[in-house]
Write a protein that binds this ligand. Structure first.
Ligand code: GCU
Length: 592
């Protein structure tokens, strides 16, 4: 019996996506760049939007590539009809009618590959895809990734054919009940391949990841290194650093992993002298490199220390948001951000509310700026959903694996302003424990909420944190500072507290004396009042002003805002510095 496939079956199949729910790659398969050369795949893409998921329903990925003139029956997808785009980019910024698109989109390009020499491994590296991605090569599904802001690696080796291959990445940015973040957040929901996409060619056995740093409590005299190989090999990897040792150090691997500690007295990385060392790890024919600083961040009681010196964090929060490029962080944008941080006299930046581009921490390593990096466990999350917890934990471990060798990052943030329920407590305690298990050289924090009944800094999650983050907006969302004074009087934390957000909106150019909302004058006055209280409280070890630049948020629709959150110290043109910028810069400069 010849069964003619029903050409309309896809219209009645609402279960079309479940087959792609498996095969998610994550931190275990992530390959650190390790300074290895890559073939950029940023050009030559065709992009087709797909609001109704026709690509999965009608299996666009399985189409052959014959031209329309040779089609026996009509189709709904034609690669060459897609818009020619390059990445990194956000589709929202490519065409006016795509500004608010929330759905799926298909990126397709040819991938020419001379046959890999025996054993060579070909790894697709994606810097980030907002918010999830499915990868197809020549019509074969290779795997998917969840998480809008962390990198992922997918091996192409066995799926590549000699000559031209068809690489397709379906990216979708729908907001979801079980997402991380969920479907409600105060930033713009950009979509697309908004960081670099590249092909890495590696030898048969290669270094998947390295972690190196000072052994905690070793007075800066011992270095640890952990090496993870691509395969469970039993071999010797070698660590090379001519500034530290005059000969390579052996790292025996068993089952593909090895950890060794070495005597060494590196010049410590600090804000004043951000010393970096060029290191190499060799395994077989693979050479992994990085530039790392050695430093120790600790707390004692309610104080914070960098290399044993007391530390006060004078900082500001930043989103990834650009009026022209959306979520894309170019090198120019990152260098400008660091120049503004330095001009502000800040020593600290909170990378809100999700992992930022890898280059930010690398440039802060060089500039001597401290960082709080975090995952978007933001506001309401489906805390009782195991799949959501797995997603959050994977994003956290991908962030740590990517950035574990960045001296500038001193804290991992596991959440922001999450209502204190039993499910939230278990979810975030798990994340705090996962972060601590993965990295014993950094502090764990979260932006906690205020207990409104006790009117105190009371949040049971804090017993699992090293530093308590507190977002407070007394003087903006609440009319005056009396609440902040009352909160401080009612609180006696036993750990350091950082004001992880505080700020007020101001439309650049809007002036007024006294409490004139959205005026530059009130925003500046707000910071003067906040600063006086914060710096008079011994257990507050710093603040991160909310926020460096005005940024897009659809939640903000007054005449002052028009789709922007205006709490920036600088307007969205990233050039117009408001009164508050100068006021805060004066306060930062005057502080020890
Ligand atoms: C919250 C939240 C931010 C938000 C800010 C604001 O604290 O963490 O993401 O943008 O307040 O209200 O401007």
């Amino acid at each position: 019996v010849v069964t003619v496939e029903d050409p309309f079956a896809h219209l009645h199949d609402e279960d079309y996506a479940h087959v792609f729910d498996r095969g998610f790659v994550g931190h275990q398969t992530l390959v650190q760049g390790g300074g290895r050369s890559v073939q950029p795949l940023n050009e030559g893409w065709r992009l087709t939007l797909d609001l109704f998921d026709e690509g999965l329903r009608q299996r666009w990925y399985a189409d052959d590539e014959c031209p329309p003139s040779q089609w026996a029956v009509p189709r709904d997808y034609e690669i060459e009809a897609g818009k020619k785009v390059s990445v990194p980019s956000c589709w929202n910024m490519l065409q006016p009618e795509w500004r608010y698109f929330e759905g799926a989109a298909w990126y397709t390009r040819a991938l020419h590959c001379e046959h890999a020499p025996d054993g060579e491994r070909l790894i697709l590296q994606v810097g980030a895809a907002a918010s999830s991605a499915l990868i197809f090569l020549n019509g074969r599904f290779l795997g998917g990734h969840r998480g809008a802001s962390t990198p992922f690696s997918i091996e192409l080796t066995d799926a590549l054919i000699p000559g031209p291959n068809r690489l397709q990445i379906m990216v979708e940015n729908r907001r979801k009940r079980d997402g991380v973040p969920m479907h409600h957040f105060d930033w713009f929901n950009y979509g697309g391949l908004y960081r670099e996409v590249s092909l890495m060619k590696l030898p048969a056995v290669f270094v998947r990841g390295v972690r190196i740093g000072l052994v905690p409590n070793s007075e800066g005299a011992r270095i640890f290194i952990e090496v993870e190989a691509s395969h469970p090999v039993t071999e010797i990897a070698t660590l090379h650093c001519s500034e530290l040792w005059d000969h390579p150090q052996d790292i025996p691997l068993h089952g593909g992993n090895g950890r060794v500690e070495f005597e060494a007295t590196p010049k410590l990385w600090s804000l004043a002298t951000p010393k970096l060392y060029d290191i190499e790890v060799r395994l077989d024919r693979d050479i992994w490199t990085d530039r790392v600083g050695f430093r120790e961040i600790t707390t004692k009681g309610t104080e914070l220390f960098l290399n044993g010196e007391p530390l006060f964090l004078k900082g500001v929060c930043v989103h990834e948001d650009d009026v022209d490029l959306g979520k894309v962080s170019t090198l120019v944008d990152t260098r400008r951000r660091i120049a503004d941080i330095k001009a502000l006299g800040a020593n600290f930046m909170r990378l809100s509310h999700y992992p930022h581009h890898e280059q930010v921490a690398r440039l802060c390593d060089e500039a001597g700026i401290l960082l709080w990096a975090e995952v978007p466990v933001y506001w309401a999350i489906d805390f009782g959903n195991p799949s959501t917890l797995a997603d959050a934990e994977n994003q956290l471990l991908e962030l740590i694996k990517r950035d574990c060798n960045r001296a500038s990052i001193i804290m991992w943030g596991v959440g922001n302003e999450n209502a204190d329920t039993e499910a939230r407590y278990r979810f975030m305690r798990h994340l705090a424990e996962a972060a601590r298990a993965a990295d014993k050289t950094r502090l764990i924090t979260a932006a906690c909420l205020i207990d409104r009944e006790k009117f105190a800094i009371v949040d049971r999650l804090t017993e699992h944190l090293d530093v308590i983050g507190l977002n407070e907006y007394f003087g903006w969302y609440e009319p005056d500072m009396s609440g902040l004074k009352r909160l401080i009087a009612n609180s006696g934390p036993e750990k350091p507290v950082i004001i992880s957000e505080t700020g007020a909106d101001a439309l650049a150019g809007h002036r007024g004396s006294g409490r004139v909302l959205f005026s530059e004058d009130w925003q500046a006055c707000f910071y003067q009042q906040q600063w006086e209280i914060i710096t008079a409280t011994p257990w507050i070890v710093g603040l991160a002003a909310w926020i460096l630049y005005d940024f897009r948020s659809e939640r903000r629709q007054t005449g002052f805002q028009r789709g922007f959150n205006r709490k920036g110290l600088i307007s969205e043109d990233k050039a117009t510095r408001k009164q508050a910028f100068h006021a805060l810069a004066d306060m930062f400069r005057s502080h020890r």
